[in-house]
Design a binder for this molecule. Structure first.
Ligand SMILES: [Fe+2]
Ligand SMILES: [Fe+2]
Length: 262
């Protein structure tokens, strides 16, 4: 089974370039052309679908996603508007759980992919919250032998990246302690930091997916300011088979899909 993870597409109204330089719509089109050739079983979009929660951007996102042949599951990021996601994607039934948060479990091929909404409306910081942690605990306890991948927008772990220190998931350590009780959790996958990052997270592997829109500069040394990088954007492909390790490939978009004069 192939799970494509795309993240942080930051679509702007009218195909406007992000920061006047980054072709977020064109990059997503290139990505979708690649995905249609790679034929994933499903595509998980881990938030920041649009740049500023604009109505016109969701309309364009819907157009851009239309050629995608695999089923796509949308998750909110701190740049998203849950109400507009529901308005523009009414056929995505999992967005309508009856709760404000958009949580959902995709069960396929003996794997459960648990989509966890980490958004606080109006805030860039993320949180899971006691109620959602309890919900997650219940989900995992119901099928402790079934392999699981947890997906959320905000990385629930430190990454060493200095650019958005305050924007992590505040209760990541609590999630780590919960994951530690469930050996069946194989991966905890996220977005938000616009880079390709892997960490140890309890017994599992935690990862950050690159953005299809723009890569954040590598700022690890103290006092390194935030900057946009000219590294190519990209996405992740997670390969899963029963009783085998999860394999993750990072796929970079071609250089023509980003502007090189940052
Ligand atoms: Fe983002
Ligand atoms: Fe984000």
């Amino acid at each position: 089974m192939i799970i494509a993870q795309i993240s942080d597409m930051h679509i702007q109204p009218d195909r406007r370039l992000l920061k006047g330089k980054f072709d977020t719509a064109g990059n997503l089109e290139t990505c979708i052309t690649q995905l249609n050739a790679l034929k994933p079983d499903l595509v998980l979009a881990t938030g920041d679908l649009v740049n500023r929660g604009e109505r016109e951007a969701y309309a364009l996102l819907r157009e851009l996603l239309a050629p995608l042949q695999a089923p796509v599951y949308l998750m909110p990021g701190n740049h998203d508007d849950r109400a507009l996601m529901r308005e523009f994607f009414p056929e995505h039934e999992y967005l309508f759980t009856g709760h404000e948060r958009m949580n959902h479990v995709i069960a396929c091929d003996g794997l459960q992919i648990i989509m966890l909404d980490s958004i606080i409306a109006g805030n860039d910081e993320g949180t899971i919250g006691a109620a959602q942690l309890a919900w997650l605990d219940t989900q995992l306890a119901a099928a402790p032998q079934q392999p699981a991948i947890i997906a959320l927008h905000h990385p629930p772990f430190a990454t060493g990246a200095r650019f958005i220190n305050n924007f992590f998931c505040a209760d990541g350590p609590e999630l780590g302690r919960l994951v530690a009780r469930y050996p069946n959790v194989l991966r905890v996958i996220s977005g938000h930091l616009h880079r390709n990052i892997q960490v140890n997270f309890a017994h599992a592997i935690g990862s950050v997916c690159p953005s299809t829109a723009v890569t954040f500069g590598l700022a690890i040394a103290p006092r390194t300011p935030f900057f946009y990088s000219n590294e190519p954007p990209g996405y992740h492909l997670h390969l899963w088979q029963p009783d085998k390790p999860v394999i993750t490939h990072t796929v970079l978009l071609p250089p023509s899909s980003h502007i090189n004069d940052v």
